[in-house]
Design a protein around this ligand. Structure first.
Ligand SMILES: C[S@@+](CC[C@H](N)C(=O)[O-])C[C@H]1O[C@@H](n2cnc3c(N)ncnc32)[C@H](O)[C@@H]1O
Length: 235
C-alpha cells in the first residue's frame, strides 16, 4: 500500500495515502478531530446511556475511532458492539508505529490498540467484557447492512471529492435503514451536497461547530415521530 505516516498538529499520527493524495485525518490534529466529531458529537450525544450501544463505523483505517470509543467506555457502564467496515486493512508494520496510546498515556490502551488490529475480520470478538468488535473486510457499497441495528454511525470515509460514490443518497438510504429510531450519524463533512444527500435519505441535519481547523461538521438524526408511525400504521 502506498501509505506514509505523518504527524498532525496535536502530535498524533495520521496516514497519508499517496495514490489518493488524501490524509486519514485532519492535519490540525487526528486525536482532537476524532474526539470532537465521533466521541463528543456522537457517542456522548446519544440519549441512550445504558445497556448495549451498537456502533457502525465506515472506514476503520488506523483504528483511532475504535480506540477513543474504548477509552470513553472505560468511564461508562454500558456495553458496546462495534462494527467497522474497511476494505484495506493496514499492515502490522504500519499500525505498530502509530502513537495514539502513547499520547493517551495508557498501557491498557496500547494493549487494546494492538488487540483491535490483531482481531481477525468478519467475526465478532470480545476485546473486553464490554466491548465487542466485528471488523468487516469489504467495501461499504458492496455490503448488505442489517436493518434497524445501529444506535450510532461514525461516517469516516475519504472525502466526497475522492470517493463520491460513498456520499451518495442511495448509500445513505441503506445506512438509514440500518439505524434504529432516535439514532445519530456523525461525519466531518459539512458540504452542501452531502447534507442534501443525507436529507433525501430521510435524515434531519444539524450543523455543529467543527474541531480546530474546521468550521462545521454534520450530525444527522434518524428520528421517526410517533405521529408518523401512526400515519404509516393507518395508511
Ligand atoms: C478518512 S480515512 C479514516 C479512517 C479511520 N476512521 C481512522 O480514524 O483512521 C477513510 C477510510 O475509509 C476506508 N475506505 C476506502 N474505501 C472504502 C469503502 N468503499 N468502504 C468503506 N471504507 C472505505 C479507507 O481505506 C480509510 O481507511
Amino acid at each position: 500500500m502506498n501509505i506514509q505516516i505523518t504527524t498532525t498538529e496535536d502530535g498524533s499520527h495520521t496516514l497519508y495515502n499517496k495514490t489518493l493524495g488524501e490524509h486519514y485525518h485532519s492535519t490540525f490534529g487526528a486525536i482532537q478531530e476524532s474526539q470532537h466529531i465521533f466521541i463528543e458529537a456522537g457517542l456522548n450525544a446519544l440519549e441512550k446511556k445504558s445497556g448495549s450501544i451498537n456502533i457502525l463505523e465506515i472506514g476503520f483505517g488506523t483504528g483511532l475511532n475504535a480506540l477513543l470509543t474504548y477509552q470513553e467506555l472505560m468511564k461508562k457502564t454500558y456495553k458496546i458492539n462495534y462494527v467497522a467496515i474497511e476494505p484495506f486493512m493496514l499492515d502490522k508494520s504500519i499500525y505498530i508505529q502509530l502513537n495514539y496510546a502513547d499520547l493517551l498515556k495508557s498501557k491498557t490502551l496500547q494493549d487494546i490498540f494492538i488487540k483491535i488490529h490483531e482481531t481477525p475480520c468478519n467475526v465478532p470478538h470480545f476485546i473486553s467484557d464490554s466491548f465487542i468488535l466485528n471488523k468487516i473486510e469489504g467495501k461499504l457499497q458492496e455490503l448488505e447492512l442489517s436493518e434497524n441495528a445501529f444506535d450510532l454511525v461514525y461516517f469516516d470515509a475519504f472525502s466526497p471529492e475522492i470517493q463520491p460514490e460513498l456520499w451518495d443518497a442511495d448509500i445513505f438510504k441503506a445506512i438509514y435503514a440500518s439505524m434504529k429510531n432516535n439514532s445519530i450519524l456523525t461525519t466531518y463533512s459539512a458540504k452542501g451536497i452531502v447534507k442534501r444527500a443525507l436529507k433525501s435519505a430521510g435524515f434531519e441535519i444539524e450543523n455543529l461547530p467543527g474541531p480546530i481547523g474546521k468550521r462545521q461538521i454534520t450530525r444527522a438524526r434518524k428520528a421517526i415521530l410517533m405521529s408518523d408511525c401512526h400515519h404509516h400504521l393507518t395508511k
